[in-house]
Write a new protein. Structure first.
Length: 139
């Protein structure tokens, strides 16, 4: 069985961002040489998410609006976590809502997606470097 590991690095200019990382994951898959197997993609930080959905700008804005209504950033004093001097409690909760990772089947050397599916990196506490792990295993 083959195993391949790669890290992506992001440093967004905004607190929240939604980045389609499908092309980077597809490039890693090609480098791996795996034709049949699984691809895991997860952020290596507790205030970011990786998820699968449609790459449509209205939907991305809907996600952002929904998450901000559900778990607003301000006032930061509403969260006990922020009593530690942080201001990112909302980012931790947003990550729980959007999920930690995705696993995609690999068939014939390609990710086995349904219609419109794309892989996204969701950043909820940006403006600093963060990593995303791509781990591919198979034959």
């Amino acid at each position: 069985m083959k195993s391949y590991r790669e890290e992506l690095t992001f440093e967004t200019k905004t607190r929240r961002a939604y980045i389609n990382i499908t092309p980077q994951v597809e490039a890693a898959l090609k480098k791996s040489g795996v034709k049949e197997g699984l691809c895991l993609v997860n952020p290596m930080h507790i205030s970011a998410s990786v998820y699968i959905n449609d790459d449509e700008q209205g939907l991305l804005k809907d996600y952002d609006d929904f998450l901000e209504r559900l778990v607003p950033h301000e006032p930061v004093s509403q969260y006990r976590h922020n009593d530690t001097g942080e201001d990112n409690a909302d980012a931790h909760i947003k990550r729980q809502v959007m999920g930690r990772e995705v696993v995609v089947a690999i068939t014939n050397g390609k990710m086995d997606f349904g219609p419109w599916e794309q892989i996204f990196y969701g950043e909820f506490d940006g403006r600093r470097k963060k990593r995303v792990l791509i781990k591919i295993i198979g034959e």
